[in-house]
Design a protein around this ligand. Structure first.
Ligand SMILES: C[S@@+](CC[C@H](N)C(=O)[O-])C[C@H]1O[C@@H](n2cnc3c(N)ncnc32)[C@H](O)[C@@H]1O
Length: 307
């Protein structure tokens, strides 16, 4: 009898998405920049953290592989950012210690850690970035539904007792694994949006349920932006969630006037750590300057503030 909580067989036809085609694109840059900054902020306190990565992917991606080469998305994303950062550093005046914002330096350091031989051929996905930062007291549960991706993920973390890999539906995992025994932690939700805007119905139901059971958890949701105005209704629904504070950080690399392409993306944060928005802002400005293809923008907007 299959475990009803295990969603491995529930999505046989819809699962076309492969992150290898998109790894290191502008959306990954935004998502992972925020993720690294979030972990950094949460780890200012020594208490153990639980991190749940609901849609984990395969853990790392080869930017020299056929999939990445066919789309060239990393070229306009992380590789472009890395070149821009190099130019900014080399043009710094003598005595100017730090030209790049700390949050951006931390993200670039995390990329370097995945590429110890130099260069940037391995792009670390969310579970690898999280695992890299785990302290001995912290724990990661990484969920991935697609069998091949889940297999690669399991192989990547074999022998690391702090990381549990689950081939299961990430939304079901939220119900099954929250609240965790640790008091503090983060849930990262990064679905492929194959259901387009309807994915938000599932996400918001999952967030409401999770907040009721684990109100002090921090929640981060990545979302795509084609036309920004189509998301206004979603933000009104977020404002009705039972959380103390919420803001979203967005990066657009083009004008948001075409429904056909990914013009940008955002990260919605519920219960974010104090000051994270201020720490992130200069890094977002820098990333936008490096990745803009014409008509793009960035912003951080509060949706709910603790009164
Ligand atoms: C955008 S990718 C994840 C990328 C990863 N979070 C990262 O940042 O490196 C989305 C992943 O979710 C997986 N997926 C799709 N539906 C899922 C579900 N219901 N539960 C868990 N994983 C799912 C897909 O196979 C895909 O690998």
């Amino acid at each position: 009898m299959p475990d009803p909580a295990d969603g491995a067989n529930r999505y046989p036809v819809r699962m076309n998405y492969r992150h290898a085609f998109h790894a290191g694109n502008h959306a990954d840059v935004l998502k992972h920049l925020v993720l690294v900054a979030l972990l950094q902020a949460l780890q200012r306190k020594p208490g153990a953290l639980f991190v749940l990565d609901t849609h984990a992917g395969r853990g790392e991606y080869d930017l020299a592989a056929d999939e990445a080469g066919r789309t060239g998305e990393a070229e306009d994303g992380v590789l472009r950012l890395q070149r821009a950062a190099r130019v900014r550093r080399s043009s710094a005046h003598d005595g100017e210690q730090q030209v790049l914002p700390q949050v951006l330096l931390d993200y670039l350091d995390a990329l370097r850690a995945a590429n110890p031989d130099g260069g940037l051929t391995v792009y670390p996905g969310s579970p690898r970035l999280i695992a890299h930062r785990l302290r001995p007291q912290d724990r990661l549960a990484a969920c991935e539904l697609q069998p091949e991706e889940a297999g690669a993920l399991r192989a990547l973390f074999r022998g690391d007792a702090r990381v549990g890999v689950h081939q299961r539906d990430g939304y079901q995992a939220m119900r099954a694994l929250l609240p965790p025994k640790e008091k503090r932690g983060l849930v990262l939700i990064d679905p492929p949006y194959e259901a387009q805007l309807a994915e938000f119905d599932t996400v918001l139901a999952g967030l409401r349920d999770a907040l009721e059971r684990w109100p002090q958890g921090v929640y981060a949701l990545w979302y795509p932006i084609k036309r920004r105005r189509e998301l206004a209704r979603v933000w009104r629904r977020v404002q009705a969630l039972p959380c103390k504070s919420a803001w979203k950080a967005e990066l657009l690399v083009r004008r948001d006037d075409s429904p056909l392409r990914l013009n940008g993306s955002g990260m919605l944060l519920l219960n974010p750590p104090w000051q994270l928005d201020a720490d992130l802002a200069p890094a977002l400005a820098e990333v936008h300057a490096a990745l803009d293809l014409g008509g793009g923008s960035w912003e951080i907007e509060w949706l709910t503030r603790e009164s």
